[in-house]
Design a protein around this ligand. Structure first.
Ligand code: INI
Length: 172
């Protein structure tokens, strides 16, 4: 039987950084509200949350890398909204911001979470920012908490050295 390891959703003592873009801020403000709601409901202290505004989704990855590198935060939650227009700009901004956040996540010791909406229409974006399709900011914060828990489990395994594994997993 396999040993199953999953991160718990525990915000106690957690210090999150949130990077959020101002472009399409009628959407991104809602994503931020969702993320804050999730973190506070899971026990994160409001005073322990730091929010960093950037101009657009393009600027999110370089800021997330720098924040993760400070070592002062337990996760970096990236929030933005890229909405398709009449020009190829959408393709560049959406793909580069996704690639950039992915790269930042791979390089960081803490979870870096992708909460950037890419939508064909304003209506689709609204749906994902607290109406029909939930709130992707809330979901991103939930993902951050779970990943913090999972990284902690992996650190425990790393620190266990030659001791027998697993440590806290359950058999299924
Ligand atoms: N930035 C966004 O966050 N969303 C968009 O939909 C968007 N569009 O479509 O242009 C956008 N562009 C700005 C971009 O992120 C940069 O801020 C800008 O190019 C300066 O580097």
């Amino acid at each position: 039987m396999a040993w199953i390891h999953e991160g718990q959703l525990d915000g106690d003592g957690i210090k999150p950084a949130i990077v959020v873009s101002r472009f399409n801020n009628f959407i991104t403000k809602k994503l931020l509200d969702g993320a804050l709601d999730c973190l506070e409901r899971h026990g994160v202290e409001t005073d322990d949350i730091n929010v960093f505004w950037v101009p657009g989704a393009w600027e999110i990855p370089p800021v997330s890398v720098r924040l993760a590198d400070t070592g002062n935060f337990d996760c970096v939650i990236c929030l933005g909204a890229v909405i398709r227009g009449e020009t190829p700009h959408f393709e560049y901004v959406s793909s580069e911001s996704a690639k950039g956040v992915a790269q930042s996540a791979m390089l960081s010791d803490v979870p870096v979470i992708y909460g950037i909406i890419t939508a064909d229409t304003v209506e689709q974006a609204v749906d994902r920012a607290g109406t029909k399709s939930g709130n992707k900011g809330f979901d991103a914060a939930m993902t951050a908490l779970e990943m913090i828990g999972l990284y902690d489990l992996i650190s425990d395994i790393e620190e266990s050295g030659d001791e027998e594994l697993p440590l806290d997993g359950e058999q299924d």
